[in-house]
Write a protein that binds this ligand. Structure first.
Ligand SMILES: Nc1nc2c(ncn2[C@@H]2O[C@H](COP(=O)(O)OP(=O)(O)OP(=O)(O)O)[C@@H](O)[C@H]2O)c(=O)[nH]1
Ligand SMILES: [Mg+2]
Length: 394
């Protein structure tokens, strides 16, 4: 099958690249690494530049609904998290479902059509199922693994009704993703430090704003650090979020050393007995290898000050970049270490199957997902809820 061959080839190329990545001591190796990183760290697309500039000029219009509405929604969210009412739990699920609309139509819709086409559970059926999954960015390896699981169960239990496939697939998806929800590691000792990394435009700064909002609402003392000193606009953007959420921002001038910003931010967080320090980092530098070096340097500054920190290194990945997100994750985790993934813009893609591939292939838990531009649109990720939402009806 042509499509399979294409993906297989891609996968093989990818593995060769990974092997080439190990030895980086020679100038040639550095140059090769630089080129490789450049392939995933693209310059900021003009449309994102525009959105970003507009956000700085006019934050109220940019992305946030009015505060009262946000508060109401957050209240609903908190109630559900406390397990207080079934009704609010349903509300959260509905919102998550809505964020997944495009992917739901793509994966759930196509599978539904396949199932209802009065087909037998034969090889042809399984091949079509594989193809639907691959096209939704589930990735070849993971798609094959999922369908293999279903094929085995179908044979073992002698099933013959295609209608049973949805449930089998839901279980298989949750299983390959690790089933359990993995919460953020917020330490009892103060401050907990969250370092946020990722390529330009992935959604780092927005995610930090959403996190600050979430923890502020939970009555935690949050401090932000403007570790992206590469652009003045990045510092301004974070200042706007800090003002809107009512948290303190530690910042230096554009072009200053991010390590120094982080050092000051840790001192401030200690002095103010902050619960949480969240550090923004650059996604783009003149030289892409420098980006990795800079993040490693920031990490070292943190470790020197607080040996048990950073408590989380969150890698922000844009779900709309598809399989490229997996390459980015490999590079970042090798260079800086990554403890959790935030997959943003799930609302903007029909190929949300990437979540399944990321969760299975990287061995790093997906901890949060972004399902919109509103403050409340950052969700703790549960594989089980994701699998349910994928096949939920309207
Ligand atoms: N629809 C949608 N948009 C999002 C989401 N998360 C972030 N965005 C948008 O993505 C764009 C880029 O986000 P930023 O937070 O500025 O990205 P960044 O990683 O900080 O980028 P750099 O500072 O250039 O490295 C903004 O327009 C955000 O509003 C999401 O979950 N859904
Ligand atoms: Mg940013």
């Amino acid at each position: 099958m042509a499509l399979f061959d294409k993906f297989k080839k891609k996968r093989e190329n990818h593995q060769t690249e990974d092997m080439n990545q190990k030895n980086l001591t020679s100038p040639e190796a550095e140059a090769a690494e630089e080129e490789k990183i450049s392939a995933v760290v693209d310059p900021l697309p003009p449309e994102i530049m525009e959105i970003e500039e507009e956000a700085i000029a006019n934050p109220a219009d940019h992305d946030m609904s009015d505060t009262e509405t946000e508060e109401n929604q957050l209240q609903t969210e908190n109630e559900a998290e406390d397990g207080k009412t079934e009704k609010s739990k349903k509300g959260i699920f509905e919102r998550f479902k809505l964020g997944l609309s495009k992917t739901r139509q793509n994966i759930g819709g196509k599978i539904d059509t396949l199932i209802k086409s009065n087909r037998k559970l034969d090889e042809e059926f399984f091949e079509e199922l594989e193809e639907i999954l691959i096209q939704a960015d589930v990735g070849m390896e993971t798609s094959l693994a999922l369908v293999d699981k279903i094929r085995t169960t179908v044979k073992k239990q002698k099933l013959n009704d295609p209608l049973q496939v949805t449930e089998l697939l839901q279980d298989a998806i949750a299983e390959v993703m690790g089933t359990e929800q993995v919460p953020l590691n917020i330490a009892a000792e103060k401050p907990s430090i969250i370092l946020v990394v990722g390529v330009n435009g992935a959604g780092k700064t927005t995610t930090i704003a959403k996190l600050a909002y979430k923890y502020k609402q939970a009555k935690k003392k949050v401090i932000l650090a403007a570790g992206d000193t590469f652009r003045a606009a990045a510092i301004d953007q974070l200042q706007i979020w800090a003002d809107r959420t009512g948290v303190e921002l530690i910042k230096h001038q554009e072009g200053s050393d991010p390590g120094a910003v982080v050092y000051d931010a840790i001192s401030a967080a200690r002095a103010r007995k902050a619960d949480l320090l969240i550090i923004d980092t650059a996604g783009r530098l003149q030289n892409k290898t420098n980006l990795m070096k800079e993040i490693s340097k920031i990490r070292k500054v943190i470790e020197k000050e607080i040996p048990s920190a950073p408590h989380e290194v969150l890698l922000v990945l844009d779900a709309t970049t598809g399989q490229n997100a997996i390459s980015q994750a490999r590079i970042f985790s090798e260079a800086t270490g990554v403890s959790g993934i935030v997959l943003t813009k799930l609302d903007g893609t029909a190929k949300g199957g990437i979540v399944i591939a990321v969760a299975r292939e990287l061995g790093i838990p997906v901890k949060l997902v972004g399902i919109g531009e509103g403050m409340e649109d950052l969700r703790e990720f549960s594989p089980e809820v994701f699998a349910q939402a994928l096949f939920a009806n309207d």
